[in-house]
Design a protein around this ligand. Structure first.
Ligand code: FMN
Length: 329
């Protein structure tokens, strides 16, 4: 696929991934499923299937296969979110399963992947985008040989790291310094911001929150209605005091976590019943109780004003980008 409508420029990222628009949908735990990722590719961007959302390797392999079938000719990617707190067992096997099905686009996050994983992706002809939240981590990723760096600011929905720096500043600094293609993200919800990101030197944006109410997201209508109703002040960062900053929708669980933190609780195990991922999946995404579970979400939620298809949202972004470009010409 080429950037044939010429509204947004071709960049090193669109060329490497063979996509029309410099718009990536980062992996989203439980939600970046085959239907979502395929729709993102068909809309002209690139989505990343979250390997960790699958219960076991066989289910992951079936997910990749379904995503490829639904995507048709469009590309799909795979996200490996690595934990600093575990040995990430199983990642190597899932990588092999993805490579065997012809996947070449990978996103890693959480911590710098082991050298063996980077080397294996390259040996198989793949492209690795490593997403991180600090300039020093971006430098380390470039030095380790990843192909692209994703840099997210404190606005990011999900895990923006402990820093206080916004996406626009981090992106501008990174663009001056890094040689490899740069993707910026966190708080991006409209086309004007995409143009701004490209203007400051990024090759693409990575987005998540803005897509959460799209038709292809399988979650409960009550959750999507809450996102439509939410404004830019509806999110909060929790777990900073435990070194695990997490930006989420402000709900009862987020308030309980904040209260426990304020009371001095620093043992993550004390929170595990409240914040387990399966609770989020079951109580909120499946049953529609938005007060339960930690719901990754950033202030770009303020841009969501309706439920619509992913293709419509991407076209809105492109339209806004065109308008923004006309404004500064
Ligand atoms: C619901 C949700 C779940 C996410 N889960 C993951 C994840 O499992 N792995 C990951 O690398 N990033 C995850 N992210 C971060 C996104 O990939 C992306 O970097 C982020 O959404 C960009 O910031 P934005 O939400 O402000 O657009 C998640 C984000 C959201 C909103």
């Amino acid at each position: 696929m080429t950037n044939d409508d010429g509204i947004l420029p071709a960049t090193r990222v669109t060329q490497a991934f063979g996509i029309r628009y410099p718009i990536l949908a980062g992996g989203m735990m439980w939600l970046s499923d085959p239907a979502f990722v395929a729709a993102m590719g068909r809309a002209g961007g690139l989505g990343f299937l979250t390997a960790r959302s699958f219960a076991h390797a066989q289910a992951f392999a079936e997910g990749v296969s379904l995503a490829r079938r639904l995507a048709g000719d469009a590309p799909i990617g795979v996200n490996f979110t690595l934990s600093r707190h575990s040995d990430n067992q199983g990642t190597g096997a899932m990588l092999e399963l993805a490579l065997a099905q012809g996947i070449t686009a990978f996103e890693t996050a959480g911590t710098l992947p082991p050298q063996a994983l980077i080397d294996r992706i390259h040996e198989a002809g793949g492209i690795l985008l490593h997403k991180c939240a600090a300039l020093r981590h971006a430098r380390a990723a470039q030095a380790a040989g990843v192909d692209m760096v994703g840099l997210v600011g404190m606005e990011e929905g999900g895990h923006p790291g402990p820093g206080e720096l916004p996406t626009s500043l981090l992106g501008a600094l990174a663009a001056r310094e890094l040689d490899i293609p740069l993707v910026v993200g966190g708080g991006i919800g409209c086309g004007e911001q995409i143009v701004a990101a490209l203007a400051l030197g990024a090759d693409a944006v990575v987005m998540g929150t803005r897509f959460l109410a799209c038709d292809e997201i399988w979650a409960h209508p009550a959750y999507k209605a809450a996102l439509v109703a939410a404004d830019e002040n509806a999110t909060v960062r929790v777990f900073g005091s435990l070194g695990r900053t997490w930006r989420v929708l402000r709900n009862r669980t987020a308030e309980q976590v904040a209260d426990l933190e304020a009371a001095g609780e620093r043992d993550y195990a004390a929170y595990s019943a409240l914040v387990s991922g399966t609770l989020t999946r079951q109580a909120c995404y499946t049953e529609g109780d938005v007060q339960q579970g930690l719901l990754s979400c950033g202030p770009a939620v303020g841009f969501i004003d309706r439920g619509e298809s992913l293709a419509q949202t991407v076209q809105t972004l492109v339209h806004e980008a065109r308008r923004a470009l006309a404004r500064v010409r």
